[in-house]
Each structure stands twice: as structure tokens, then as C-alpha cells.
Design a protein around this ligand. Structure first.
Ligand code: SAM
Length: 230
């Protein structure tokens, strides 16, 4: 089983500091919602963010989570039932994604779904919990509860490896249940001490890639090495 953790994802509701900014009020009016119930999105709230929010350059990026989820849920490894996906947010919420979730493609509707999730804490059908949000979950807590053989952190600062060969050697060493941590932020570094949380921190290319490209490399290589006979 492969567990994918999108860590410190820039997914949050509009913080109180900018509720009264004109750009936020106008966006909230347009959407007929309260500012406190809307997701922070740099493409709409940029002018408010740059004035009052710490780390404004990296915040308000639900698009990263959206594309990451589309790529991972649609992967062959997930279709084979071998992937668990968890999104950890900058405010230490954990979002557990049911592997059979057919995620909305249309970005504005995805935003609406996430806002509903932040409000209700779960999105359910008649027989399944598709999305579940739990508060006060640090990456360390998530890693502890999933209980896997090997935790691998992905970072441009990690040890440079070839991912196919790396998974091959994990398989030869008898590891089956692995977790991969990928940063859900556009720039800057992890807030957590990744080297302490993960058993290994690796880089798979000499340049920075997007979180969803890393996710796609992980799922494809995992499938080729661990699931090819299934
Ligand atoms: C856009 S990057 C975040 C920016 C950060 N400055 C960095 O260099 O990693 C998003 C995430 O993708 C992963 N990532 C990006 N490039 C990578 C690489 N060459 N090797 C391994 N992981 C990478 C990391 O998990 C990173 O946190």
C-alpha cells in the first residue's frame, strides 16, 4: 500500500486579519457568503494578502491540492486499490480522501466542495464518507496513525536518487507499506522538521517540480515496481 501525504497544503479559510479588506468583502458579496466561510485563494485575495498576511507569497493555493488529488485519484495504483491519500493543511487539519472519490474537475466547484468540508467536517454519500476533516493533526500524528514500514520525504534538498531504482531497492529490502510526503506549498520550505519525521528525504530531479508532478512520478513508479504483476 502507498500512502500519499500532501503536507502543509496551502488550504485554509480566509483568516480573520483580512476579513474587512475591500477585495475580500467584494469577493464574499459576489459569492453571497461570509468572508469567514470562504477559502483563501491568492488569485482573488492577493491584494489583501500582501498587506496583512505573514507568508503571503505561499498562501492561498487550493489549486495545488485540487490538481494533486485529480492526479492521484486517477492513477492506476489508486484504481488498483493500493493508494491512501491524506491532505495535511498549514493549520494542522487532516483531510482523509476515500479512494473511490470522483473528484469534481471544475475548479470553482472544487472550492465550493472544500468550503462545505471545512464547515461540515465530512462529505458523505449514502454508503461512504468521501472526505473527512479532522482538526489538530500534525504531520507527526498522521505518520504515527498510518503505521507504515517506511516514510519517505520528498524535497529538493533531499539526497538525489533515481526513483525507479529507489523503489526497486525498497522492494528488495522487503518494504511493502510506504508513505510519501510531498509539500503542498508553492515556494519556501517545510515548516516541520522533515528529516526527523521521515526515514529518508530524497530529491528525484535537479530542479524544483510541482507537487502534482512529484505525485505522478510516485504513483507511476510505485505501480511499476510494487504492483506490476497485479
Ligand atoms: C513546488 S515544491 C515546494 C517548493 C520548495 N521550495 C522546494 O524546493 O521543494 C512542492 C513539493 O514538491 C516536492 N518536490 C519538488 N521538486 C522536487 C524534487 N526535485 N525532488 C523531490 N521532491 C520535489 C517537494 O515535496 C516540495 O515540497
Amino acid at each position: 500500500m502507498l500512502t500519499l501525504i500532501l503536507a502543509e497544503a496551502e488550504l485554509e479559510r480566509i483568516p480573520q486579519e483580512i476579513h474587512s479588506h475591500p477585495a475580500v468583502i467584494s469577493n464574499a458579496k459576489q459569492r453571497q457568503r461570509k468572508p469567514s466561510k470562504i477559502l483563501l485563494d491568492a488569485s482573488f485575495h492577493h491584494s489583501a494578502m500582501r498587506k496583512k498576511l505573514s507568508e503571503w507569497r505561499r498562501r492561498g493555493r487550493p489549486d495545488i491540492t485540487h490538481i494533486f488529488l485529480l492526479v492521484t485519484l486517477d492513477s492506476i495504483a489508486n484504481k488498483k486499490g493500493e493508494v491512501k491519500i491524506i491532505v495535511h493543511t498549514r493549520n494542522n487539519e487532516a483531510i482523509y480522501i476515500h479512494p473511490e472519490t470522483r473528484l469534481i474537475r471544475h475548479y470553482p466547484r472544487f472550492i465550493g466542495l472544500m468550503e462545505q468540508l471545512f464547515e461540515k467536517k465530512s462529505i458523505e454519500t449514502e454508503d461512504k464518507i468521501l472526505l473527512k476533516l479532522e482538526e489538530d493533526k500534525k504531520i507527526e500524528d498522521i505518520v504515527e496513525e498510518i503505521n507504515v514500514d517506511r516514510i519517505i520525504g520528498f524535497s529538493t534538498k533531499g539526497r538525489r536518487i533515481n526513483l525507479l531504482e529507489y523503489f526497486q531497492s525498497l522492494r528488495e529490502d522487503g518494504y511493502k507499506d510506504i508513505a510519501c510526503i510531498v509539500g503542498g506549498f508553492p515556494s519556501g520550505d517545510y515548516h516541520c522538521n522533515l528529516g526527523k519525521i521521515a526515514d529518508d528525504v530524497i530529491s528525484i530531479y535537479d530542479d524544483m517540480l510541482s507537487a502534482w508532478t512529484i505525485a505522478s512520478e510516485i504513483t507511476v513508479n510505485y505501480e511499476n515496481i510494487f504492483l506490476c504483476s497485479q
